[in-house]
Design a protein. Structure first.
Ligand code: FAD
Length: 365
């Protein structure tokens, strides 16, 4: 393995592999280092992403979605066409929504394959302990140098930890995969006291479902996520075939994405939409910009700060709307279930949908 690289990327998840794919060019060497033996495993995800058509509607300023999202059929469990917002009363509001339920480990592997096809090299089972200047130190004691270094290590990324002061709110999330027959056309988001400060989800998969929830501690009255999870899970019958957990950054993307020769991308930069928890596609949108800017920086001296500017052009409005929606949601989260039930009605239906899908409240961007 070479010691010197043009670009070193910490983390080979959706952000890292996508940034690598777009950074790699004929005269640019790119190395991805990941601590896992098998990137993408164990599963830590609800596995829902919007279809490409839906993404074009949700993120109108993001160009060329087809090139970015090339999800192969074997990484798709099923496609859905409806989304239900469910208050505690169970009286759901239904919306058309084209979703893709992934097989997430296969999805992440397909991104690695794409990156490798562009010449990217991977070093797995290797944990990065710290970055100093242009040196990347691994726990095994190796040192690699990179002209540019990208932190795509998710919520525990070492560059974000050591070089950024801005804090993000990370909320704990738990989920399970369960066998059974579920409405395979509809994804559900449940609100109210079953998941205070967050939401619970029921996402159908082939022959079962991915069911989970996230909560905010400040709204959970001292009760642990485990207790909320047990209660929500008890509503479903079927064999539990897998259980997992993780954390989601819910403060929106950080103000600055670049620090000298270091960039942060994906969850490490807070690129999850706070009002709906979507992070796979948003990370990939950020990662494509980062990869393209890094390539131009190396070949043509483009300032790395361009990454920040283009991200704000493509996703700034959506991120701001999503943060505002979460703030509005926080008011609702404090309310007893009967008020949440009242807030979910025909009159508020459009407003709730705009909030979840990160549009401006009254139709003005
Ligand atoms: C339970 C749960 C459910 C979710 N459900 C959904 C959903 O349904 N839809 C959706 O869009 N998003 C969902 N998300 C969010 C989504 O998973 C993330 O936004 C997405 O994975 C971000 O990609 P990433 O590449 O930034 O980070 P990650 O996917 O976390 O990848 C980071 C990679 O970096 C590696 N790494 C970390 N630190 C180091 C280090 N020091 N050295 C070397 N390697 C390192 C890790 O091994 C990992 O492979 C969910 C998240 C959780 C936790």
């Amino acid at each position: 393995m070479n010691e010197h690289w043009d670009v070193i990327i910490i983390g080979g998840g959706p952000a890292g592999s996508t940034a690598a794919r777009y950074a790699s060019k004929e005269n640019i060497s790119v190395l991805v280092i990941d601590g896992k033996k098998e990137i993408g495993e164990p599963l830590q995800c609800g596995e829902l992403i919007p279809s490409v058509d839906e993404l074009c509607r949700l993120c109108p300023d993001v160009p060329d979605m087809e090139d970015l999202f090339q999800t192969p059929e074997h990484a798709i469990s099923l496609r859905t066409d409806k989304l239900k917002l469910v208050p505690p009363s169970g009286k759901a509001l239904e919306f058309p929504f084209e979703g893709i339920m992934l097989n997430r480990p296969e999805h992440d592997k397909s991104l690695i394959k794409l990156a490798k096809s562009k010449g990217v090299e991977y070093l797995i089972d290797t944990h990065v302990s710290k970055v100093s200047g242009n040196k990347v130190h691994t726990r095994k004691g190796d040192i690699f140098t990179g002209k540019v270094i990208l932190g795509c290590g998710g919520t525990n990324d070492p560059i974000r930890r050591d070089y950024w002061d801005e804090k993000s709110l990370n909320i704990p999330v738990k989920f399970m995969l369960i066998d059974g027959d579920y409405d395979d056309s509809t994804v559900e988001l449940h609100f109210g006291s079953s998941a205070p400060g967050g939401y619970a989800w029921v996402f159908p998969k082939k022959g079962g479902a991915n069911i989970g929830l996230g909560i905010q501690k400040k709204h959970s009255k001292g009760i642990s996520l485990n207790v909320y999870a047990k209660k929500f899970y008890s509503k479903f019958e079927g064999e539990v075939i897998y259980q997992g957990a993780g954390s989601l950054p819910m403060s929106g993307s950080v103000k600055s994405l670049v620090n000298d020769n270091k960039l942060i991308v994906g969850d490490s930069a807070g690129m999850v939409l706070p009002s709906n928890g979507a992070g796979i596609t948003t990370s990939m949108i950020g990662a494509r910009i980062a990869g393209q800017v890094v390539a131009k920086h190396i070949l043509e001296d483009l300032p790395l700060k361009e990454y920040e500017r283009i991200w704000n052009n493509q996703m700034g409005k959506i991120m701001r709307n999503s943060k505002r929606s979460l703030k509005m949601g926080n008011l609702l989260f404090k309310s007893p279930d009967f008020l949440v039930n009242l807030a979910f009605n025909r009159v508020t239906k459009r407003l709730l949908w705009r909030a979840v899908t990160c549009r401006a409240k009254f139709g003005i961007f």
